[in-house]
Design a protein around this ligand. Structure first.
Ligand SMILES: Nc1ncnc2c1ncn2[C@@H]1O[C@H](COP(=O)(O)OP(=O)(O)OP(=O)(O)O)[C@@H](O)[C@H]1O
Length: 312
């Protein structure tokens, strides 16, 4: 019999009064996938994750986690969560909270490994009220991991972390994926999604507007950037075939082009050389902006097309 998917969301609709935060959203995540939810502020990411965890009853739709109702899946220790406004009991020490939470599980994540994985080895004796924002997030991550759950749901887990903390988090996520855990996380860090997730789901106005690998999503932006060094005049660059924008700082020229080949041909017809020439595809950030601005100007959300849905 096939294994139940880690997450199965069907027709999820979340309303706050007149605001439709999530609009008939479907999301199916097989076991073992690392999925990044991307979206601008207010796109609906937290609402999706909170409803998925059964924190409130959605206006419509249904959710199954590991084949069970959210409350059952969580009660059985199958799901670890880290919410955006997750709290820690005040006037306690990190070690005390961790011990308390680990005790809930018959087979908790081995302590030494848990501390190293979350990067909190030095914090056990620290009062939770004395933690920095990033340290607090690492402790919350440790609590989410404490039961070694097969499914992790994390809402902007690195928002308060410094670059080092975020890189450690990426390593942790890759390690979890290698051990077969499913991770679904919301983030504003596109580089994080690019580096960690094997699937990126872009949400806009409560709907999925793109769903696929980071590479597939990037390839939706047809344009390329042609860059080179140009100490002289920039006159005429705007009028080159395909060029949609001219940028760059100092000697560096960056041409956004919808037809890199024609742009290059015209440049080379005019110049003996193009020092430092580079032709790049879109970054995930450019693709994200393209997808979200394209859709925020759409008059009728129901007519949006979704052509990157993953069937994995
Ligand atoms: N408790 C609430 N009451 C009323 N409206 C809400 C509530 N929570 C969220 N919203 C609204 O629902 C929409 C989706 O919000 P949500 O927090 O899910 O977005 P998000 O993508 O997680 O945003 P962010 O990246 O800023 O955290 C927004 O318009 C928001 O203002």
């Amino acid at each position: 019999m096939p294994e139940n998917p880690a997450l199965d969301v069907e027709g999820l609709t979340v309303r706050y009064g007149a605001t439709v935060a999530v609009d008939a959203l479907d999301l199916h995540v097989p076991r073992g996938q690392t999925v990044a939810l991307l979206g601008s502020n207010g796109a609906g990411k937290s609402s999706v994750l909170n409803a998925t965890l059964g924190l409130f009853r959605p206006a419509a739709g249904h959710v199954r986690l590991l084949g069970r109702a959210p409350a059952d899946a969580i009660r059985s220790g199958g799901v670890g969560a880290m919410l955006q406004h997750g709290g820690l009991p005040s006037e306690t020490k990190v070690g005390e909270v961790l011990t308390l939470v680990r005790r809930r599980y018959a087979d908790p994540w081995p302590l030494e490994d848990l501390l190293a994985t979350a990067g909190i080895e030095g914090l056990l004796g620290r009062g939770v009220d004395a933690l920095s924002g990033g340290q607090r997030q690492r402790v919350l991550l440790a609590l989410a991991l404490a039961g070694a759950p097969p499914l992790l749901v994390l809402d902007e887990p690195t928002s308060a972390m410094d670059v080092e903390g975020r890189q450690a988090f990426w390593t942790t996520m890759r390690g979890l994926a290698d051990r077969g855990h499913t991770v679904v996380f919301a983030t504003h860090h596109l580089d994080e999604a690019d580096a960690v997730a094997d699937r990126v789901v872009v949400v806009d106005a409560g709907r999925v507007v793109a769903d696929g690998s980071a590479a597939a999503i990037k390839s939706r932006v047809a344009g390329r950037t042609v860059s080179f060094r140009c100490p002289g005049s920039r006159d005429g660059l705007t009028g080159l075939p395909g060029v949609t924008a001219v940028g760059g700082v100092g000697e560096l020229v960056e041409l956004a082009t919808s037809d890199a080949e024609s742009t290059l041909r015209a440049l080379l017809a005019d110049r003996a050389s193009l020092p430092g020439l580079e032709v790049r595809g879109a970054t995930l950030e450019q693709a994200f902006l393209h997808l979200t601005t394209q859709h925020t100007t759409t008059q009728h959300p129901t007519t949006r097309t979704v052509d990157e849905r993953s069937t994995r």
